[in-house]
Structure formats: C-alpha cells, structure tokens
Design a protein around this ligand. Structure first.
Ligand code: SAH
Length: 394
C-alpha cells in the first residue's frame, strides 16, 4: 500500500529517532498529495529516508505516529497492536481477575496507539477516539477488537462526540458499533458500579483511580470520610468496605449523586453510614465542620491548556488549604490532580503551600500516580497525567 508522503525540515527528525510519537506542523517541509483528516501518511526525513507512519490531522500535532516501520495499515495491523495491549493486561493480572472485570485496554500513546482509548467493562468495550485517524478507522478497530478478545466482547460502544477535534468536522455520533446490551454493571475489585457509558463522563467511569481506591480502603477503618468530587462514588465504597464509621460523598452534579446513591444500594443496601450531597466543593468545604479524618479531593482537571496553569495552581492551593484547615488532627488526605499540564512538582508546590497557609504539620505517606493499565510510554513522558499525594496531617 502506498501512502501520501510528509517530508520533514532538516534536523526535525530528531524526536522521531527517539520514538516520540508526534510530528508538529512546524517540523514539516512539504506534503505530497493532499491527505485528508485522519488519513495514514508516511513520514520522511529531509534526506528522503522513511522514519515513521501515522495519522495525519490538521492542527499543531500534524501526525500521530502509529508505527516506526513501513507497514500496511489494515485489520491485521490493528489486531497486532491490540493483541500487544491485551497481552500486557493479561501479564499484569488484570484481564483475567475474577474479582475485577474493569480495566483500560488501550491508553493512547502509552500503548503506541495515539488518539485511542478503550476501556473494558465486563462484556462491553467503550472506545473513544481523540484523533481524526482513530475515528476514520473505528470500524476496522472494532472488528479487530472483537477478534483479539475472542468472543469476550459482546458490545462495543463508540463515544467520541466530545473528544474529537470539532474543527475537523467529522460528524461523530455516539453509538454501538457492535451489540447494544443495556446491561451496565461493572465490577472493580469486588465492588459493583453502574457505568453510564451512554451519558456518563469519560468512558462512563474513572478506571484510573482503581489502585488508589484500593489503597484508601486500608486507611478507612473507624474514620469519618469525606469523598469530595465523588462522581460514581468510587472511593466511598472502598472506605465503607474498609470499615469507615461514616462516609459523605459530595459532587456538584445531581446526576453523579444519583449514581453514587444507586451504587450504595448495589453494594451496601440500606447502610446508614453513607450520605451523598449535591453541592459545590468550595461551598461544602466552607460550611462543613471538623468531623472528618479522611478526606479525598479528586477534582476534574483544573487546567486543560498551558495558559490556564496559573489559575489551576491557585485552584489546587485554595481547595487543599480548605481541607488542611478542617481535617482532624491525625487525619489523612488523599489529594489528586489529573491535569496533564500540571507537573508533579507544580502540584506538590501547590499542596505544600496550602499546608503552610493552614499552618499544619504534614508528612507524605504515599506518592500516587495512574495504574499499570494506563502505562506511560517512556518516549512520551507527557502521558503521565495523574498525580496524587497521601498526606498525614498532625
Ligand atoms: N473521584 C471520582 C472522579 C472525579 S471526576 C472517581 O473516583 O470516580 C470529577 C467530578 O467532580 C465530576 O463528577 C464533577 O461532576 C465534579 N465536579 C466538578 N466541579 C465541581 C465542583 N465545583 N464541586 C463539586 N464537584 C465538582
């Protein structure tokens, strides 16, 4: 198969030589033919040497690399790539765990598939394209996925309406590419969750907090827990299972609070220890008392772009300062940032400043990140996005 060609400016192949998977538009000298949004192109150095192939897209990232070898991109190609991702999940004990049927199968650049996310919820895969290329190839990907997972996947839901570059005008529609079962209960380490892949955030559930939730369970015994930004209530149920005295879940979205309440009924029907509140985080933190000795702060990304960094850091400072002011002596704070543009150091500085503002003595117990099914490609360190600190507050 011959693909259209992209030629780089002299010296602009350096990052590709180090297997970084993006070609920025500024690095391109000329493009042969007129590739469409999402079309596969071959990339050549200024000396006419093949260096990579990837999906073309109009924008600052012009090519997202899908291979450093010259290959035919067809169903077999996708099958090989997906099989590698599946194999990794099997080898780390996530794909065949009787107590857990929820995991991320494909994590974009982390699985050498830039622009593609696939989360597995038992027999359903939720597929999300963040690039025009993955959108264009969605049907081939869906077929490859069914074959690679050997009858295990009965439904494939495509959910890209809000994640694709709107300028590309791809007219994406959410919908089932395979099956269509409304059955939507996922199991994470023995706990059950309704996953709303039709209307929920992301692919319907935040798979990336699994290991951090499991860690929280160990610290929950006899504590009064506040799960701020609870969404489906994930952290709350681990706290309950861990023996918490009471658990309050808070989210500004009424839908999230409904989901949380439904999930309480699935796991701990009628348990009087849990209450959920639909309220703004800052308001709740202002009005709450000092009864909590385990607090989780897992806000949405405060900065989606570099320009928003300063405001985001201020947001993290304010939010954490409120928790430090109110948490009981001997309390534990689980605090997170999922903004990609906020570095680990940025986040630490914001949290440490907040601790100092509140005048508390604080120790770091754990430094958390995303789990193994959200791997970071070492040639693409930008893929590390989730940062967390577990802090002991004297
Ligand atoms: N901790 C969750 C994921 C949190 S996602 C989990 O483990 O699954 C972030 C959540 O913050 C969303 O549910 C969103 O509705 C909520 N949110 C956003 N802004 C908020 C605010 N100002 N106050 C309270 N909740 C907010």
């Amino acid at each position: 198969m011959s693909y259209k060609k992209v030629y780089l400016k002299p010296g602009k192949e350096e990052s590709l030589k180090r297997f970084h998977p993006w070609v920025f538009s500024g690095a391109i000298h000329r493009i042969e033919g007129e590739p469409e949004e999402g079309e596969v192109v071959n990339v050549y150095t200024s000396k006419n040497e093949f260096i990579a192939m990837g999906h073309f897209q109009i924008g600052s990232i012009a090519v997202r690399v899908i291979s450093f070898l010259e290959e035919d991109v067809n169903k077999d190609f996708w099958k090989r790539k997906l099989a590698i991702a599946y194999d990794l999940r099997k080898r780390i004990g996530l794909a065949d765990n009787p107590t857990n049927n929820t995991f991320r199968l494909v994590h974009g650049e982390g699985d050498n598939l830039p622009g593609l996310i696939i989360d597995i919820y038992d027999k359903t895969a939720v597929m999300q394209a963040h690039s025009a290329g993955m959108h264009v190839y969605r049907m081939e990907l869906a077929e490859a996925l069914s074959e690679v997972m050997e009858g295990r996947i009965e439904n494939i839901y495509y959910k890209s309406e809000t994640t694709l570059p709107y300028k590309a005008d791809l007219g994406p529609e959410n919908g089932f590419l395979k099956g269509g079962s409304p059955e939507n209960i996922a199991i994470e380490y023995g706990l059950k969750f309704y996953v709303d892949w039709l209307k929920g955030q992301k692919t319907g559930f935040f798979v990336d907090q699994r290991e951090n939730r499991a860690l929280l369970e160990k610290y929950a015994k006899d504590r009064n827990v506040l799960n701020m930004f609870c969404y489906t209530g994930g952290f709350s149920f681990y706290a309950m299972r861990g023996g918490a005295k009471l658990v309050h879940s808070v989210d500004s979205s009424a839908k999230a609070v409904d989901l949380t309440n439904k999930n309480v009924e699935l796991n701990f029907p009628g348990d009087p220890r849990h209450t959920a509140y639909a309220e703004d985080a800052f308001k709740y933190l202002d009005r709450m008392g000092d009864q909590y000795d385990l607090i989780i702060l897992d806000p949405p990304a405060f900065a989606k772009h570099k320009d928003a960094l300063r405001n985001a850091l201020q947001g993290y400072r304010k939010l954490n300062a409120k928790a430090f002011e109110k948490i009981k002596p001997g309390g534990i704070l689980f605090t997170f940032s999922c903004s990609q543009v906020v570095t680990k150091d940025n986040f630490r500085t914001a949290v440490f400043t907040a601790a100092a503002m509140a005048g508390r003595s604080v120790r770091i117990l754990h430094q958390l990140t995303q789990p193994a099914d959200h791997p970071v490609n070492i040639y693409h360190p930008e893929g590390e996005y989730l940062k967390g600190l577990v802090l002991y507050v004297e």
